[in-house]
Each structure stands twice: as C-alpha cells, then as structure tokens.
Write a new protein. Structure first.
Lengths: 428, 267
C-alpha cells in the first residue's frame, strides 16, 4: 500500500512524504524535501568575513541567532580569538532566549495540536486558550531578550566577531527580570499540558548526539557526545560525520558510523539530563521521564522540560548581567579589524558547534590571508536527523495498518512534526 | 450569513521564512488580527487548503527557485485580488540573489557533488515575474507595516511608505552616524520605515529596504569610492542587490554620454 502526503504544513520549510506499507511489518518511508536551494555555503564564499554572520543568519528565520553565533564562533576559532566571559554570557543569554521562543512556537502551535487530532491552530487556541497564552508569554520573553541583547529578534544585528557592536543597558536587563514570575508560571503550565498528550507507543534503539560539558547543560560550547560514549570536538565531528546527498534533493543527510542518529531536545536530555537546572529536574520527575528514552515522540515533552530549564538559565544570566555588565569593546573593534584583514596573515580554517533549538549545528569556515571566505560547510540539525526520522517512520508505520487513510496520514505527520524539522535550514 | 471578512493568504516560496515569523512574533496582536480577517492560507498555523483561492490579499514571501515555486506564484496571482510581496527575498531576491553574480552553476557545483535534478533558477524580483500591487520591504519585514497595510485595507485606504531615507530616522533617534565615522552605510539612499534598526546596533545600512525613488546611487557610490576600495564598496552593494541599480544607473549615464557625444559629432 503506497502512501503519499504532499505539502506537510506546520513545519519550517517545505516537504512531502512518500512511503509504503509492505507485507509483514515492513514499511518504507522517504522525506522528500521540496524547498528550493539557496546555496548559502557558496554565496558565503568570496565575501569578507564580517559579512558572513549576517548572511549565515538568513539560513533560517526561526533560529537565526544560532546560525549567526556559530558562524562567528567558527571565525573566532580560525583567528584564535578568546572572547570575554561577558561576551560568552550575553551570547548564551541570546541562545537560551532563542530556544525558548522556538520551542514555545513548536511545542504549542506546530506539534501539540497533533496530539489532540486538531489540524487548525486557530481552533486549537479556542480549545486551550490558557496554554496558548502561556506559549505566547514564553515566546515573548525570549523575543524581548533578543530585542534587548541582539537588537532584533529575527536576524539579530548586534553581535560580531570578537564580541558585541553595542551592549544592552543594565536597566533593560533588570526590566526583563521582572517578567520572570509570569514566564515561570507559563513554562510550568506548558509542562503540565504535556501530560495531557497521548504519546504513541514507539521503541527504536538509535544513537543520540548532543553537546555536553562537565559543569553544565551544554548549549554554547563543549564536546559532542554520543550515547555510545564517544566524545568529539567540533573539528573531529565534522570529519567523522558523513554528509550524503540524495539524487535531486536539495537537503543533504548525515550519518554517524554509517548509521542514522538523532539530535535535538530529546538527544540533549538523553545525554545531559543530570545537568538540568533545579526546576527542570523537578519537571522530569513530575513527568515521570526516565532517560534514555527511545521514543522520538517524547521530543515534544523534552521541549517542555527545556522551556523550563532555559527560563532558569535566562534568570541566572540576567541576574548576573544586570548587576555586573560593564562597558567593553569587541575584539574586532580593539584590533580595528576591517573587512579585508586577517589577523593571522595566512589562510586558516575555523570550526564550531553549538546547540540550535533542533540540535547540533556545525560550521566550518576557511578564510584566506585577505580576510575573504574561501570555503564553508554548514551541517544543520535537520540534515542530521532526517535519516533517523525515516527509520522511525518505518518502525512506526506498521502499527498504523488498521486505521483509516486519513488517520494514518495524521499519525505520520504527527511523528514528522514531533521532530521539529526545519527544511529551510536543511536545504540552505 | 455570508462571511464578509476579507480572505487573506500568507504564502512562502524559497526563503528562510523569517518574515512569517516576524508576523507571528506579533503574538497576541497577530491573533487579534486573525479575528478581523479570515486567514485562510497560512501553513505555519493550519493545514494547507486543498485548493488555492480566492484571496482579497495575498502576501508572498521568498523567491522563485523551483518550477513548483513559479507555478504556485502564477496560480496565486490568478486567484488573488491584490498580491503583496513580503520582505526582501520577494522584493529584490534576498541574500541568495548573490549567486546571480557568483554564477549560479558555479555556486551549485560548490555545494553539491551531483548537481543533476537540482533546480536552480536565476533569482528575480517577484515583480519581474507577475504583477505586484504592493511591496512590504526589509529583511525581515517590519511587522508594523504589515499590520498597517491590512488595517488600511479594512478602512478602504491605501498603504504607502513615505519617501524618507533611513538617514532621517537614524538622525531623529540620535544614533551615531557611521558614515561620519568612516564606515560604509547606505542610509542616505535607502528607503526608511525600519526605524534605522541596524544603526541602533551600530551596523551600517546595507539597503535591505531597497532604494528611495530616484536615488542618486551612482553619485553616492562615487562618494563612497573616494574613501573605500572598490571591492569593499561593491561587496556591500551586492548583499541586498543594490549593485544592480548602481550598475544600471552607471550604464544609463554611459549611454547618455555616448548619445551626447554622438550629437556633438552630428553638430
């Protein structure tokens, strides 16, 4: 029995599904990405390095922060720059804020309606208005932080290689702190809401990968760890991960040791749940989650836990910065680095990995002696999990034999959306 | 009772969808708007309708890269009373238009080993493909302008952006002038309405809102060339597609010169 679903909505970017249910418990599943190619890596080539983070941000409209920051980090790695603690804190605050607003959108608006069999968000909002208000409050908190620290929420402006072009005012950060009680309530409401989801049965052993660090729930820096215990730095990760191209499809795929693997909220929790902040840890207990979980539908519950975790993270960073922020020039400004300059004076490569809302983002950039980018490779989270999603679909579909055609299509979409794929990122 | 609310579609072609998120980021204000109009096609919030149309206002974001993009755009035009381009990608081609200068096949070959079967059209402004009624510029859009357009439409009034340069908004807000500081900033020739948001973060304007009517691009570029190397000026003018206008104007001037020379010979 062939199954084809065109134009799967409520995902970032465009995709179709094509699969079949065969005899026995065998199924095939293919995600056909239909997004046009923008060739972002090629258009970065030939540009002076200060333009790169601005162009790279445009890879994605929902996670521009991480695309911009990771590109900056890769360039700093190439130049051998060590940025100040304050810069790291401000960047972490931006990344935490971005995860909050991205998760808020995906958890409630893109994925949750599936668990209640509702296709139309505007109707879903009428059914669960308090939860909608909570998701909006969480999102608005994240967006506001980005406006204050990054200058704007979509395609932020203030960050540059070596630091920030402008710093926020202490008072603005203090104002953000005042919003916390509402945001905590909202985050807690979303965690409670996730209990109401009827999460389908699915079990498939697979590999999980996420950034991890000894001292914290890693998302800005750290080594890439796999559930099987391997630790890699960004440069090595880029060498070991195999990027594949499927004929005629714009979005590439990636394998680790010849096999599919999962990245994103569930991968982070499977690897690092012990490092969660206090309230998020309590939420894990409350939801009765025991990691590692090998059911990808739980990615949505994992996002709810992370909403709480990153609210706590924002609180910590805001408290610190609202008190201790001091004026500081970025390294670019200190060195008067102009467009056509390379402090190393020779061709250099830089590598960086960060946790985007959807998982590990990897950037590798080569800059020549004149400060011009000569090569770039970007591996986005969705590229990394597309193969795993197909494998999960193949495992899940045989359980859908006895339901109607429409119902089956909904279940398939539910699993696809639970992954939170971003095809704009994947194709870039 | 017939539903008299205007029907609205917000549709994306190839892009980052940042403009759609900029609209969603209006939060409650977006939901309030959804009560006043009938948002019948918006794939971020609801299942896509099986058939397109008819729309009173159709907002199109992104550029045409694939045949499917092209077909969709033409279809949308035919079922919409007014078609409005949303954001820089649709208006001028966005950052990915850089591949036009880079060479689109060269760019494709850099990213993919196997290029067969991957669609890769040259990037054109939407207005060069179908008739466009209004343009909401910027990368990403200023959501206030989107609201303004719809509320004006509801009141039977026309949406129009005032012809003021970004410079004016920058000065009114007291931001530091980056041109005076010696950086490249296209504020004097770029259409305002963004509140000089980049200048607030000390980032020079690169013209993502497009040019003012009758801008003196060549004159301004000549001024920049007195202070910066050509490759630097050119590279900034490329990012949001201003270079095309610059070259266009330079060409026109050259033609004029040629003509006047020809006239002189006739004389």
């Amino acid at each position: 029995m062939k199954i084809k679903i065109n134009h799967i909505e409520k995902t970032e970017g465009h995709l179709d599904f094509e699969g079949a249910l065969l005899a026995g418990d065998v199924a095939t599943a293919k995600i056909l990405t239909t997004e046009g190619v923008r060739l972002m890596e090629a258009i970065l080539t030939g540009r002076p390095f200060p333009q790169a983070p601005i162009i790279a941000a445009r890879i994605c409209g929902i996670c521009p922060v991480v695309h911009s920051l990771n590109c900056i980090k890769a360039i700093e790695n190439a130049f051998g720059f060590l940025v100040s603690d304050q810069t790291v804190k401000l960047r972490k605050l931006m990344e935490a804020a971005q995860i909050l607003h991205s998760h808020g959108l995906h958890f409630y608006f893109l994925s949750a309606p599936d668990f209640f069999g509702q296709g139309d968000d505007l109707k879903f909002i009428k059914k669960f208005p308090k939860e909608a208000a909570a998701a909006i409050a969480v999102r608005e908190f994240g967006l506001k932080i980005l406006e204050v620290v990054g200058g704007r929420a979509v395609h932020p402006i203030s960050c540059e290689v070596g630091g920030f072009k402008v710093l926020p005012e202490k008072e603005q950060l203090a104002v953000l702190l005042k919003k916390l009680p509402v945001v905590y309530n909202s985050a807690a409401r979303l965690v409670e809401f996730s209990k109401k989801f009827s999460i389908p049965e699915l079990f498939r052993q697979t590999e999980f990968m996420a950034l991890s660090a000894r001292t914290e729930y890693a998302y800005y820096d750290g080594k890439i760890k796999s559930l099987s215990g391997r630790k890699l730095n960004a440069k090595k990760f880029g060498h070991i991960i195999e990027e594949l191209q499927l004929p005629g499809l714009g979005a590439k795929r990636a394998n680790y040791k010849g096999k599919s693997y999962m990245v994103g909220a569930l991968a982070r929790l499977n690897l690092n749940s012990g490092k969660l902040n206090f309230k998020a840890k309590a939420a894990v207990k409350n939801l009765n989650l025991h990691f590692p979980i090998f059911n990808s539908f739980y990615n949505v519950a994992a996002q709810a836990v992370e909403i709480l975790h990153f609210t706590e993270e924002c609180e910590k960073l805001l408290m610190d910065l609202a008190k201790n922020l001091r004026p500081e020039k970025s390294i670019s400004e200190k060195l008067k680095l102009i467009a056509f300059a390379n402090p190393k004076g020779r061709s250099v490569w830089g590598f960086s990995a960060m946790e985007a809302p959807r998982g590990i983002l990897y950037d590798a950039i080569e800059i020549n002696r004149d400060g011009i980018i000569t090569a770039a490779n970007i591996i986005t989270p969705t590229v990394q999990f597309l193969n795993n999603l197909e494998k999960d679909l193949e495992a899940y579909m045989p359980t859908l034999k006895k339901i109607s055609k429409n119902q089956r299509a909904l279940e398939i979409k539910k699993l696809i959306r639970a992954y939170d794929p971003c095809i704009a990122c994947a194709t870039h | 009772m017939p539903n008299k609310k205007p029907k609205i579609a917000i549709v994306s072609l190839t892009c980052c969808e940042g403009c759609e998120f900029a609209l969603l980021d209006l939060g409650q204000r977006f939901l309030d708007l959804a009560k006043k109009v009938d948002i019948t096609n918006f794939r971020l919030l609801r299942d896509e309708p099986k058939k397109l149309g008819h729309y009173d206002l159709c907002f199109v974001e992104g550029s045409v890269v694939t045949a499917e993009n092209l077909e969709k755009l033409k279809k949308l035009r035919s079922v919409s009373k007014q078609l409005i381009v949303l954001g820089n990608c649709a208006q001028t081609g966005g950052v990915h238009r850089l591949k036009n200068w880079f060479g689109r096949m060269r760019a494709l070959g850099m990213v993919y080993k196997e290029v067969k079967g991957i669609e890769n059209k040259d990037i054109l402004p939407i207005s060069e493909i179908v008739k466009v009624d209004f343009e909401i510029p910027t990368c990403p859009v200023n959501a206030e302008e989107f609201l303004d357009l719809i509320y004006k439409f509801l009141a039977g009034r026309k949406f129009k952006i005032k012809q003021n340069p970004v410079c004016m908004e920058c000065q009114a807000r007291g931001y530091e002038c980056l041109l005076q500081k010696g950086e490249i900033c296209l504020g004097p020739i770029t259409l305002g309405g963004c509140g000089a948001i980049c200048l607030k973060s000390k980032q020079g304007c690169w013209g993502c809102r497009g040019l003012l009517e009758e801008p003196a691009v060549k004159k301004f570029a000549d001024f920049l060339l007195t202070r910066h190397p050509k490759k630097e000026v050119e590279s900034v003018l490329e990012v949001f597609g201003i270079k095309d206008d610059w070259q266009g104007e330079a060409e026109k001037e050259w033609e004029k010169e040629k003509k006047s020379k020809a006239l002189m010979i006739v004389d």
